[in-house]
Design a protein around this ligand. Structure first.
Ligand code: GLC
Ligand code: CA
Length: 555
């Protein structure tokens, strides 16, 4: 397969909160079309669209009841075709979210399975007779047992890794796999360029089902045990690629967790199952099984983690680099110490992750520096997983206030507040009443103002994208090797990208204090600077707080 995507910039749209075209308070496909010029101007090539399929929205569309139809709140299949045409006209590509570990309990397959667990459709899921007992003591991602009584048929149990309304599909069944491949093919034929592949490590179970050592007082064990113990997922992934992606030279990015070190090359090597996969290294810093045990990220941890990923992947493949997505809090609120948050530090973080080796992915609103939302009360939260975090914290004995504080701090809903287009009412997201609260900082942080301000975070993103896509520097930014510098110097994040007979140095003074450094070589010129000025004297450089530059060196 070709690597047509390797010099491209990806932008994730979480449609419900992107742009509402018809005033019902919910973002939609026509709303995306309205903003294509904005994205094109930013420099985006590939849009990853989170689910817009038919869904009861128990998990915000990651619970699909019909893979080949569009949720009416988002539009119609004609709207999708229109979006695809409008993107093609602008030389842009669309990738959809492929959620095939599970479907919705409202999917016709599951409904038929419930009616008759012994039917063909019963075998599309993991369904067992209840009289044999609960097959495993596994706790799902959103809390509680992965086993529940089959709706309408309480003599049986079925398996769900996530919410109980998201039954897992049985990938061991070749007929189910065929259905999935048919559906993937149907979308690729329609013109989508590929997929972001959801929760893919969960499709392989550790069979036969059995108990693991309990890790909490509930007597259950984390579902991570299942992922880590499963063997043989590669057979499914190789088959899926051969039956679908390969035929279209599609671009795929996997949501991969807990992969085995020895299998990395199989996943994203030259002939890998996927084109790339996300680097979740930074997203995992300080996380524990329960949110009240999470710890904050320090610049030191952040640097160590991104550098480790770069080294790990060096001769293997390209990772997709992120600072946030729809499942995480806002990157600027996570990777910049509280109190240091300002436009300069936001640009510093942006440059640090953006020029790493790999494919840069931007999540909606990141380009204008959107921050976490100051939620005040549980009633403001929609996300099932945050509500579970809160309940788990309460059960562990935290006060309501403490439980809320930690659940809200790390809530996925921080990233799900509507996009801030302007300082007009509802941040210009909708003319109606928004489905979800707008972050009150929209008067200060919005796209319209930043488009008019050359010092804005948004215009800095535009500059970064231009530089990264400049064909003159392709040998450096797309192909170039990564090599760290000043690795042991605290609060300095620095690395080379090495091109043909030249290299660039990204240098970030990741702290509030200024800092002087003696560079190994006198730089030839400055390709990017997140401030207006620079103090450079020969190979002596003085960087102000969070000042970040890219220097070109030739030899
Ligand atoms: C992935 C999605 C997340 C969803 C889960 C279940 O992790 O990114 O939003 O809740 O899968 O589909
Ligand atoms: Ca709408």
């Amino acid at each position: 397969m070709s690597q047509w995507w390797k010099d491209k910039i990806i932008y994730q749209i979480w449609p419900k909160s992107f742009n509402d075209s018809n005033g019902d308070g919910i973002g939609d496909i026509q709303g995306i079309v309205e903003r294509l010029d904005y994205l094109k101007e930013l420099g985006v090539d590939i849009i990853w669209l989170s689910p817009v399929y038919a869904s009861p929205f128990v998990d915000q569309g990651y619970d699909i009841s019909d893979y080949q139809s569009i949720h009416p709140a988002f539009g119609t299949i004609q709207d999708m075709d229109y979006l695809l045409r409008e993107m093609e006209r602008r030389d842009m590509y669309l990738i959809m979210d492929l959620v095939v570990n599970h479907c919705s309990d409202e999917h016709i397959w599951f409904k038929k399975a419930c009616q008759n667990p012994l039917s063909v459709y019963g075998k599309y899921f993991y369904i067992v007779p209840k009289k044999d007992g609960i097959p495993s003591n596994v706790r799902g991602y959103f809390g509680g047992s992965v086993w529940d009584e089959l709706p309408g048929n309480p003599d049986y149990l079925y398996y769900h890794s996530f919410h109980k309304r998201q039954p897992d599909l049985n990938w061991e069944n070749p007929f189910l796999r065929k259905e999935i491949y048919y559906m993937i093919d149907w979308w690729l034929k329609r013109g989508v360029a590929g997929f972001r592949i959801d929760a893919i490590m969960n499709i392989k179970k550790d069979l036969p089902f059995h108990n693991y050592e309990a890790d909490r007082e509930d007597g259950m064990a984390s579902i991570v045990n299942v992922v880590q113990a499963s063997e043989g997922i590669g057979e499914f992934l190789a088959e899926m690629k051969k039956e679908t992606f390969e035929k279209y030279d599609a671009f795929t990015v996997g949501e991969v967790f807990h992969e085995k070190e020895s299998e990395l090359g199989d996943f994203i090597g030259t002939d890998g199952y996927f084109s790339t996969m996300f680097d979740f290294g930074p997203e995992l810093i300080g996380k524990a099984d329960v949110c009240y045990e999470y710890t904050e990220v320090t610049p030191k941890d952040y640097k160590k983690t991104i550098f480790a990923s770069q080294k790990r992947m060096e001769s293997i493949g390209l990772l997709a680099n992120i600072i946030e997505n729809h499942d995480e809090m806002r990157g600027v609120s996570r990777y910049i110490p509280e109190g240091d948050l300002c436009d300069t530090s936001k640009k510093a973080l942006a440059a640090v992750y953006f020029f790493l080796k790999g494919i840069p992915v931007i999540y909606q609103g990141q380009e204008i520096g959107m921050e976490n939302c100051p939620f005040q009360d549980l009633s403001e939260i929609e996300d099932v997983s945050t509500i579970n975090d809160y309940e788990v914290a309460l059960e562990a004995g935290l006060s309501e206030e403490e439980a809320f504080r930690c659940a809200a701090r790390y809530s996925r809903d921080n990233a799900r507040t509507p996009m801030q287009w302007s300082d007009d009412i509802n941040a210009g997201f909708t003319s109606g009443s928004p489905w979800f609260g707008i972050n009150p900082d929209y008067k200060q942080i919005n796209a319209r103002e930043q488009l008019a301000d050359e010092h804005s975070v948004l215009q800095f993103y535009q500059k970064m994208i231009q530089l990264r896509k400049d064909p003159d520097y392709e040998d450096i930014f797309v192909e170039g090797k990564f090599e760290p510098l000043y690795e042991d110097v605290d609060n300095v994040i620095a690395y080379y990208r090495i091109g043909e007979g030249r290299r660039v140095l990204l240098l970030s003074n990741y702290q509030r204090k200024e800092r002087e450094l003696v560079l190994p070589v006198k730089p030839e010129c400055i390709l990017l600077n997140n401030m207006d000025h620079i103090t450079l004297d020969g190979n002596r450089i003085r960087l102000e707080g969070y000042q970040t530059v890219i220097l070109l060196e030739t030899n």
